[in-house]
Design a protein around this ligand. Structure first.
Ligand code: ZN
Length: 315
């Protein structure tokens, strides 16, 4: 964690190449992914979730994740390369490919977990234990970070309200089984700022603030940046976002999926919080994305409106 926070106040973790691309029908060519990632790195992005180790028949959009991880390790030595894995099998691939960070999603809603992963909480937690054992067997220096990401933490499209006590209990289990960190994901875009503060504080009280530094927010109902502000106020220092809000939301036409990287970086820098990311160079990366995915809607206010006259990055 330490090195990628050097000289910055907030880490913007780009998840477009995973969360964005897995949510759209077209398959982005590998060469275009590499060009996009290179442009993001040139803009100052320090951490990118570059893919997911799931069977290609389930997500053909991410079938080249192994090659993308290898490319990032070779071409962008400063980049922190993160991947998602659904199980221990995926973690094996992630370790072999050389990922720096492995994230395993666990849905707070068991209904959601059964529908999406066909696994109960206990079955997913057994995978967590398997992965932790696998990582513990590696030499200390080559051991990727392991995050347990609690999805549908703020509400579920199938179960509705998710009890906060359940999220806190799962966070405790994840740390107990060997996750270095826990993240909270608003997979469904249900979160509101008061809820973000309440739940972050509750999880911090249970596992310690140093074990929960990141939020994964969606902008489905337009509250994404308000939720970021709420997170900042309770000590969150890492926010996932996706360039152009890629992926959208099939249930809310016109709504971006993840919060939009361009708007997030603008907000943080304008508030005096250093991200290390140059908003102008971010637009060059967006142009590559737009060209590689013709017709795919890209979101964000700042790319349309431009930066305000006299805008200066945080110093
Ligand atoms: Zn997401």
């Amino acid at each position: 964690m330490a090195a990628r926070m050097d000289g910055i106040d907030v880490l913007v973790s780009e998840v477009g190449p995973r969360d964005g691309l897995q949510s759209i029908a077209p398959v982005m060519p590998t060469a275009a992914k590499k060009a996009w990632i290179a442009a993001l790195v040139a803009a100052g992005v320090r951490e990118i979730e570059v893919g997911s180790f799931v069977p290609p028949r389930l997500l053909p959009q991410l079938a080249d994740t192994g090659e993308i991880v290898a490319f990032c390790r070779a071409a962008h030595p400063g980049l922190h390369v993160a991947v998602l894995v659904p199980n221990a099998r995926g973690a094996e691939d992630a370790i072999a490919a050389g990922a720096h960070k492995i994230t395993l999603p666990l849905s707070a809603s068991e209904t959601h977990s059964l529908k999406n992963l066909r696994r109960t909480h206990e079955q997913v937690l057994a995978e967590v234990a398997r992965i932790a054992a696998m990582l513990a067997a590696l030499p200390a220096g080559s051991r990727p970070e392991f995050e347990g990401a609690i999805s549908t933490a703020f509400g579920c499209t199938l179960e509705g309200r998710v009890p906060e006590a359940k999220v806190v209990a799962l966070a405790e289990r994840l740390v107990g089984l060997g996750c270095d960190e826990v993240g909270l994901s608003d997979t469904t875009g249900y979160a509101n700022p008061a809820q973000v503060k309440r739940l972050v504080k509750a999880v911090h009280a249970a596992i310690g603030p140093e074990r929960m530094t990141g939020l994964h927010l969606h902008n489905t109902r337009g509250l994404g940046l308000a939720n970021v502000l709420a997170g900042l106020e309770v000590g969150i220092t890492t926010f996932d976002s996706s360039q152009g809000g890629l992926g959208g939301c099939p249930f809310a036409p016109g709504a971006s999926g993840n919060i939009v990287t361009e708007d997030l970086v603008f907000m943080l820098e304008a508030m005096g919080l250093r991200t290390g990311i140059d908003p102008d160079r971010l637009l060059a990366a967006r142009a590559i994305l737009a060209e590689a995915l013709p017709g795919e809607p890209l979101y964000g206010f700042v790319p349309d409106a431009g930066l305000p006259l006299g805008f200066a990055r945080a110093a």
